[in-house]
Design a protein around this ligand. Sequence first.
Ligand code: NDP
Length: 487
Amino acid sequence: MNDNLPLCCSFVNGQWRRSAGESVAVLNPANHRQVVAHCRYADAGLAKSAMNAAVGSFEKWSRQSVKHRCSILRRAIDLLEANTDLVSRTITLENGKTLKESRSEVEATLKDARYQLQAVAETDWRIPGNGNTSGSDHYVQREPVGTFLLITPWNFPLATIVRKLVPALCFGNTVVVKPAQLTPGAACHWFEFLVQAGLPEGVADLALGRGSAIGEALIGHSALAGISFTGSTEVGLGICRQAAERSVRLQMEMGGKNAIVVLADADLDRAVEATALAAFSCAGQWCTSTSRAIVEAPVYESFLQKLKSRIDKIQIGDGWKETTTMGPVISEDQRSICLGAIEKAQSEGAVLLTGGRAVNVIDGKTGYYLEPTVFRDVQPEYSLAREEVFGPVLAVMPVENAEKALELANATDYGLTFSIYTRSPEWADRFLNEIKAGVCHVNLPTAYRDAAYPIGGWKESGRGILECGDEQKHLYTRLKTVYRSLP
Ligand code: NDP
């Protein structure tokens, strides 16, 4: 391994563990003959050491002032901003998204992180009660909780780590981060920034490795206080089961099957743009992407026509190239899942409007490319109307009226995000009141978000305390009621 490529490894108790563990090559999804980094995977023993280090550093870190903790994290965030290009290039090389999308991820991460710094700084640590009588001082005291495990996916390999870690540490907890095995580089950059910012050893530890190999050592640790997880519903629910018999706090952000409803009175051009943007950015691999478009009959054919023209303009290719507007999917496995869903949709009777094929070679590079794919006339009973694909595959469903659109939008086990395009305030209100989803939009794409507001899925899309906005204090602090009689 004397090829000058980065070596990603675990970071335990202030030390990079370069020689420990199985060695694995990280491949570029846009050119899978290109190794972009080497990775050393932690085994269960090293994962346990990471937990021990974080647990051991909790008492001291939790006693530091909020100002001191926030100042270290602020320096790390500033370093991230100064290294936006470096981190964006790593994300594109490992994940396949375009450089523009990677830069947007870094920018969104900075916004989230800075919002969290402000939210922690404004949090009351001592909340006075109304029941004070003469000679008494009763109040509620807020305290950090302990050591948290942060488990993150590959689709936003930087954003999902930072938006959990910043509030966790600023509120006085310690953490072990377990990033997705396919995208270790963004996590390693962030840990370099934490070290340069002066974070004391042990406070944040990084366990790089296969979830199936080290998950039990991490989740089974007897001193674990809580888990913040982002990933698939299947893995998330398995983790909930593993933690169920202990007092472990949970924040689970899981899968989705997000719908956009387009009523006949909508601004059709805006609705089409929002659909294409949220269905095919990041090759459809984001939890808030649009995967169902439910369109009212009078505008159904024109919606399809405009959508097809918009998709024809998408340039698939290496995200490194300026002209590329959609990169590959992350891996051969993920592409097989998408192709399986496409095949099943066809066998169930869905009609292909565009796309549907794998593309192996673009500009001489062999990657995990997939055409942006749209099925029309998808019926509610088809699997494509109900099951998450997590790729650039969109189901378009016709409905005879708004009432039926509402029924269909709710006809899934998931409930993460939702959007309606209409000029009618009455219909917008009716949908907003009756949709079973955690994040709703009117005339905005399903993926739109603002750092000041929480995100959390209903039904099978989420469990536990919501993430982002001002909700993080409910996960990362606990309350102690104090009744004090003055001497
Ligand atoms: P996975 O659920 O497969 O993995 C998520 C994380 O869990 C990875 O770090 C993975 O590690 C880890 N993991 C897997 N098995 C275990 C285990 N037994 N114990 C502990 N950790 C484990 O999801 P993907 O990474 O494939 O991401 C795609 C999924 O994420 C989609 O379903 C998507 O909907 C969801 N998602 C949800 C979001 C939300 O906010 N609701 C946001 C983004 C994505 P490893 O990589 O080593 O397997």
